[in-house]
Design a protein around this ligand. Structure first.
Ligand code: G3P
Ligand code: MG
Length: 255
């Protein structure tokens, strides 16, 4: 594999390899167990999904509902953190992780900083809560990462969430997440004050990456789980890659 240097550059302070939801599918996504596993494979940056509890606590969960990845049921955003904190977010994955709790952003910040690790926080609002989620997550990052460099990279598919994150804490860098490189994507990313575009891997070509670079944007991608695909994208000039396969590619990949 043409694995790029994972060290930060003069123009990009983040590692190029990013572990998806902590450690992809190898441990229960978005739990501290997953981050620990990703770190044990040498990853120094992680992507995860952040939303709000009913009482405004930022915590990690991908889905709008609790059912797939926890012992709870129904919309995650309807429950206060005190209730969410009692759920089992590990048993659905495997017995080895039974009892693993949901993770608050506050606790994740403590663990990342203690271990010198970085994060891409995907703002994943519960339905109807785009703006408040963007604002509260950005304010929490400002507070929890005070004095830390680099700050977490915020990202979202949701332009409203990115806009309110920008208004609340403009110093926290943002990236626009895109399933497709839709018409006007460069201008859209720039109008949100983005530093990067994170697009689905099938969307990027060398020409698209060059367009991003010409606009001063970095080009990142999700979620690449095939070595051949990663190789092609690195060769095309990609700046960062999110993967589930921390066991197959990335910082401590087998030769
Ligand atoms: O942040 C990139 C990627 O995580 C977006 O897709 O559905 O896995 O959150 P999803
Ligand atoms: Mg995500």
């Amino acid at each position: 594999m043409n694995s790029p240097n994972d060290a930060p550059s003069a123009t990009w302070p983040y590692p190029r390899w990013i572990a998806h939801r902590g450690a992809g599918k190898l441990a229960p996504e978005n739990t501290l167990a997953a981050f620990r596993l990703g770190a044990s494979h040498g990853f120094r940056m992680f992507e995860c999904d952040v939303k709000l509890s009913a009482d405004g606590e930022p915590f990690l969960l991908h889905d709008a509902d609790l059912d797939r990845t926890t012992s709870g049921h129904g919309p995650a955003g309807d429950q206060p953190w005190d209730e969410l904190s009692r759920l089992d977010a590990g048993s659905w994955h495997s017995a080895a992780y039974a009892g693993e709790p949901l993770l608050r952003l506050q606790a994740l910040a403590r663990w990342l900083q203690a271990n010198g690790l970085l994060v891409n926080l995907e703002i994943k609002p519960s339905p109807g809560l785009d703006e408040v989620t963007g604002r509260v997550v950005a304010q929490a990052v400002r507070r929890l990462w005070t004095g830390q460099t680099p700050m977490p990279l915020l990202s979202s598919f949701n332009p409203s969430a990115l806009r309110s994150a920008r208004e609340a804490a403009p110093e926290v860098p943002r990236a626009l997440l895109l399933e497709t490189l839709r018409t006007g994507w460069v201008d859209e990313a720039l109008s949100l004050g983005s530093v990067a575009v994170v697009a689905h891997h099938a969307q990027w070509t060398a020409e698209g990456i060059a367009l991003a670079h010409q606009a001063g944007l970095k080009a990142l991608t999700y979620t690449v789980n095939e070595v051949a695909c990663a190789d092609e994208l690195w060769a095309a000039g990609l700046d960062g890659l999110i993967t589930d396969r921390v066991d197959l590619m990335g910082p401590r990949s087998p030769a």
